[in-house]
Design a protein around this ligand. Sequence first.
Ligand SMILES: [Zn+2]
Length: 246
Amino acid sequence: MCTSDSHSKATPATSHRRTFLRLSVASSIAALSSLSANAIAKQADKSPPKPENTITPQEAKNRLAAGNKRYVEGVTKRHDFLNEREPLATGQNPFAAILSCADSRIAPEYAFDSARGDLFVVRVAGNFVSNDGLGSLEYAVAVLQTPLLMVLGHESCGAVKAAIESQKDNKKFPGNIQLLADAIAPSVKKVLTQGDIFNASIRQNVIDNIEKLKTNSSIISNAIDQKKLMIIGGVYKLATGKVELV
Ligand SMILES: [Zn+2]
C-alpha cells in the first residue's frame, strides 16, 4: 500500500526516476511546437463546461446517430440556450467535430439535434480538407479533446456537380469557384466510369477527405492510434434528413 510516508522517504533512485519522468513530460509538451503548451494546460486544468460531452469516440458516434434519428422523426429536443450561456462562457468541449458543406440545407447542429458547445463545425462548399480547415480540426482534437470527427457530404451537392462538369465537359467556373471544382476533381476522376456518377462522387469525396485527414495530420493520426479519436463519414439525404454512414 502506498502511504504518504512512503512518498516522503524517496530513495535517491526513485527521486531520480521522478525527476526524469517530470523532465520527459515537460519535453513532450514542449515538442508540440504547433500548439501553445499554455493553451493545452489551461484547458486541462478546467472542469469541462459540458461534462456530458466528455465521452468515448463510440459514445459520441452513438449520440450523433440518436440526434439524427430524432431530427428525422421530427421529435427534436427543446434546447435551453439561456441556461447554457453561463457554463459555455468559461470554455468549450464539443463531443464531435464536423467537416460539412456550406450548403444552406445542411445544418449539422439541426441534423444531429445538438446544442451550443456540442459540435465544432468547419464548413466549406464541397466539404473538402483545406489547410485552414485542417488546422481548425486539429485544434478540436488536440486542444478541445474532441473524440469524434465526421466528414459530412450531402445529396445534390453543387460543388461536387461543378467538379463533375469540369471533368466531363471541361467547364470553367468564374472567380474562385473553379478552386472548389479543382479540389474535388480527384475524387470525381476515380468514379468517372460509374453509372450514378453524381452520388458516387459525393461518396468518394467523403472517403478521400477522411483519408486526407488521417494522412495529412500527425495530430489526428496519433489520436486515432491512441483510441482517443474516431473518424467517420456520412452523406445527408435531403428529402429525409437522414445521415447515412459511408
Ligand atoms: Zn454541397
